[in-house]
Write a protein that binds this ligand. Structure first.
Ligand code: AOF
Ligand code: ZN
Length: 374
């Protein structure tokens, strides 16, 4: 049965309930990957009778959690779900069936599921059962919950954020290499929330050998009042074509998974939490497209890049960066310094890589600029 799919079928309160479902989905920001963040609200006689969100892959989907809370009251109710209910048997049974079984009469869907196992089939299943389905609703906000999941499902590539920290004059280190700390502690805390929401942190062996960073998430730095599940540490991915990374580095502490990516075969014994990924394409340099595709194949949705100017520049040149996050400190560092990104291939202004500002906010003493690739 075909029913209205246009926005005219939606009323003010529908948007409000969907906004509530989006808010619930955000609670899974740091925990759901590789699954999407999804929220669900069940409403009967203008009363919220059930709320739920997805917490962790392998556990109940948002709809199932909300139905559980609604109990008998789900009969004849309306469900608001940020993502199309699933139609397949994955780690859990289909949510579309659960909604049908519970007696839901109407479902408002934020966006269709980009997962080819679902994409439209969940909605079809509901309609075939006589349930009224209205979609989309606050679609862009629902999409913003899961940029990485959507990109991986539709392009088999991860969503890449590149972090840069610089002075007002766009410098990142003194000639001596000194760079600690250009930006404030507040900016570094903000970085922690980006690390935490990402499936992987990507860096290069040069940076790792020079700074010996831990590249982990420090829970104490996260501003997080609702979390009742342990933080999942992102996978640390290091491009190490010359096989220079050694097991004594700080990176290997804290038990997070480490991937070392190289064109070369690694003979050296590695710590138990470390996996060497040998890239199949043989070239002098690592093929960054292949790196990203390998990570997408390992269910990496969102990548947070903390790298030096060379790797940062190469990723930009290869059009692999979706979002730039620049923390700009109110200092001037002069000319005996290093710049933000190295892109030696650029020689004329017409080749300049162009970006679009998304937001600018103050983080402590620093300015945070978020830009998207055009
Ligand atoms: C979620 N949470 O709330 C919804 C999802 O492997 P499974 O069984 O957990 O299925 C994951 C897929 O289910 C996921 O890729 C997405 O297409 C769909 N919907 N997933 O993790 C949810 N509603
Ligand atoms: Zn489901």
């Amino acid at each position: 049965m075909q029913v209205a799919t246009d926005m005219s079928a939606l009323y003010k309160q529908d948007f409000e309930y969907m906004a509530r479902a989006i808010h619930l989905a955000e609670k899974g920001l740091y925990t759901t990957s590789p699954n999407p963040r999804v929220g669900c609200v069940i409403v009967k006689d203008q009363q919220v009778v059930g709320e739920g969100y997805h917490i962790r892959a392998g556990e109940a989907h948002a709809e199932v959690n909300a139905l559980k809370q609604a109990g008998e009251q789900a009969q004849g109710a309306t469900a608001y779900v940020t993502l199309e209910p699933c139609s397949h048997f994955g780690r859990t049974p289909p949510c579309a069936q659960a909604l049908i079984k519970a007696g839901i009469l109407k479902v408002v869907v934020g966006m269709t599921d980009p997962n080819p196992q679902v994409s439209g089939r969940g909605i079809e299943m509901l309609r075939d059962a006589g349930i009224q389905v209205i979609e989309p609703c606050l679609e862009q906000d629902c999409k913003n919950l899961n940029p990485g999941f959507i990109k991986r499902m539709t392009e088999n590539m991860p969503y890449v954020r590149l972090k840069l920290a610089s002075s007002l004059d766009g410098r990142t280190a003194m000639d001596s290499g000194e760079s600690k700390w250009i930006t404030s502690a507040d900016a570094r805390r903000d970085v922690q929330s980006y690390r935490a929401r990402s499936c992987a942190i990507l860096s290069g062996s040069g940076t790792v050998l020079a700074d010996n960073p831990s590249l982990n998430v420090r829970e104490s730095d996260l501003n997080f009042d609702y979390l009742h599940t342990p933080i999942r540490q992102p996978v640390k991915c290091i491009i190490d074509n010359q096989l220079k990374i050694t097991p004594d580095l700080n990176l290997f502490e804290h038990n997070a998974q480490v991937y070392l990516l190289s064109n070369k075969k690694r003979e050296q014994e590695l710590p138990i939490n470390c996996q060497a990924i040998q890239l199949s394409k043989q070239s002098a340099k690592v093929d960054l497209h292949q790196v990203m595709a390998e990570l997408a194949n390992r269910q990496i949705n969102e990548i947070w890049v903390e790298a030096g100017a060379k790797l940062a520049g190469a990723l930009i040149k290869e059009n692999l960066v979706d979002e730039l996050i620049i923390y700009q400190a109110p200092i001037l560092m002069g000319e005996n310094t290093f710049g933000l990104v190295n892109i030696p291939e650029l020689t004329e202004l017409k080749q300049a890589v162009r970006w679009q500002y998304q937001s600018q906010t103050r983080v402590g003493q620093d300015l945070k600029l978020v830009l998207k690739a055009i």
